[in-house]
Design a protein around this ligand. Structure first.
Ligand code: PLP
Length: 474
């Protein structure tokens, strides 16, 4: 029997397995309980020479790989920014895998290209970004940030960076990127990749709520201009990774407009909240930016591999990336060949999953999820505040709570050690999975509600596990 003949049988079995998995996911420990090397040892051996029966391979996925999976679909997954691959998105991934459409140029799959335009316009409108953008879907905010900053680097065509590069040019000053101390390392990676260099990232101080201070931004730009540097871009963050603080985007937009500096908004996490009208403020000011990125794979219940990037000046993006070899030339006119606006040629059909999720939930359904998550975070914060020896460590604006065990009389290093031990104990137990960060040099724990299955009972159970793991008082 060929693989194709057996496909329907295997696929039906797999769909049944997926449905059971999603229904019973709570039976699994949230964090993989394996030690480094366990999984590699279980599956390693000589490379396969002879064909093997699919049944056996599938069984190995279940028996040998599953123990090494950390269950992001688990409702007690509360680490980093939790997310969900919902079933409309999973169905889309099945379609996309079967079609295997590569949307590198319009002609290589017109539906992939045109659906991407429609879906990005929808999402931009739903988030209140307005019109006049060029939108595209990338795999991650890492890529979206890199593309946005590449466009920023090309925004002045007269510098001819596309042709002549940056290296060895005495005619160019140092290019500078301004972002808060709380920005994600995606900015660092973009600066490294684009030849800007880490030393040219200017860290703008934050206020007491971890938001970029616009006065400091203006001062730093002026100081750079005075010393001959070239301000290239400001990256404002809506929803910083450590604390979900929201930079003052309107004030940053004013400065960028006045200084004629490219403004990028990294709203990878918080941007999704703008789908609920009462949270639209998280993107206030972003409509005036030059580029904005939001990750539907973080908080719009879309499977991983879906970051939305909008850019105003598509010509700058094209200058950064368009190179057309003969074998990719087509006769199609007035279409977008998406490889022209990014560094990748091959492109999976990512728009499909976002389109199916947006239609299946509607803005109303997605807003309800966001609202419920934010309410759960507020409830958890209330429990923490009401508990002696524990404290909330940062303002809770959305669905992330930063908190810590902080009994009076414990030295900071002891408190750090206690929080690290509590976190490890809870995560090892498999009952819940949280992560940590540092604020003011001290360890704080992060509880991020972001999974569509998370209910109050899961957050309550995580809180109980945390309290049980705290050192007993004598
Ligand atoms: N930007 C922010 C603010 C983030 O919180 C994250 C991830 O948590 C990223 C960027 C990176 O996202 P990605 O994994 O899609 O590259």
């Amino acid at each position: 029997m060929s693989f194709d003949d057996a496909f329907a049988t295997h696929a039906h079995e797999l769909v049944d397995w997926i449905a059971t998995y999603l229904r019973d996911v709570e039976q699994y420990p949230v964090r993989a309980q394996t030690a480094p090397g366990d999984i590699a040892r279980a599956v390693d051996g000589p490379p396969p020479e002879e064909p093997e029966p699919l049944d056996e391979i599938v069984a190995d996925v279940r028996d040998k790989l599953l123990p090494g999976i950390t269950h992001w679909q688990h409702p007690a997954f509360l680490a980093w920014f939790a997310n969900t691959a919902t079933t409309p998105g999973i169905l889309a991934e099945m379609f996309a895998a079967a079609l295997n459409a590569n949307g590198m140029v319009w002609a290589s799959s017109p539906a992939a290209s045109e659906l991407e335009h429609v879906t990005m316009r929808w999402l931009g409108e739903l988030l209140g970004l307005g019109t006049g953008w060029f939108g595209q879907i990338t795999d991650t905010a890492s890529t979206s940030t890199l593309l946005a900053l590449a466009a920023a680097r090309e925004s002045d065509a007269s510098l001819d960076i596309r042709e002549r590069g940056l290296a060895g040019r005495a005619d160019l000053p140092a290019f500078r990127i301004y972002t808060s101390e709380f920005a994600h390392t995606v900015v660092d990676k973009a600066a490294m990749t684009l030849g800007i260099g880490l030393a040219n990232i200017v860290r703008v101080p934050v206020d007491s709520e971890y938001r970029m201070r616009p006065g400091e931004l203006a001062r730093l730009i002026a100081a750079d201009r005075a010393s001959g540097c070239r301000p290239m871009a400001v990256v404002g963050v809506s929803g910083t990774t450590s604390v979900a603080s929201i930079d003052p985007l309107p004030a940053i937009a004013d400065i960028c407009a006045q200084e004629k500096v490219w403004m990028h908004v990294d709203a990878a996490y918080a941007g999704s909240a703008a789908i609920a009208p009462e949270f639209r403020w998280v993107l206030e000011g972003a409509e005036r930016a030059d580029s904005v990125s939001v990750n539907p794979h973080k908080w719009l219940v879309t499977p991983i591999g879906c970051s939305a990037l909008w850019v105003r000046d598509v010509a700058a993006l094209r200058r950064a990336f368009t190179v057309v070899p003969e074998f990719l030339k087509t006769s199609a006119r007035d279409v977008t060949d998406f490889h022209d606006v990014g560094f990748q040629l091959g492109r999976p059909f990512r728009a499909l999953k976002l389109w199916m999720v947006l239609r299946a939930y509607g803005a109303r359904g997605l807003a309800q999820i966001i609202r419920a998550h934010c309410a759960l975070a507020q409830r958890f914060a209330e429990w923490v505040r009401a508990e002696p020896d524990w404290e909330v460590a940062a303002p809770v604006h959305l669905s992330l709570v930063c908190f810590r065990y902080a009994p009076a009389g414990l030295a900071p290093e002891q408190a750090d050690a206690a929080n690290t031990a509590i976190l490890e104990s809870v995560n090892r137990s498999g009952r819940a999975f949280l992560s940590h960060t540092k604020l003011g040099g001290r360890i704080v724990l992060r509880l991020a509600v972001g999974n569509a299955r998370t209910e109050e009972r899961h957050v309550r159970a995580a809180w109980e596990a945390l309290r049980e793991a705290a050192p007993r008082k004598m």
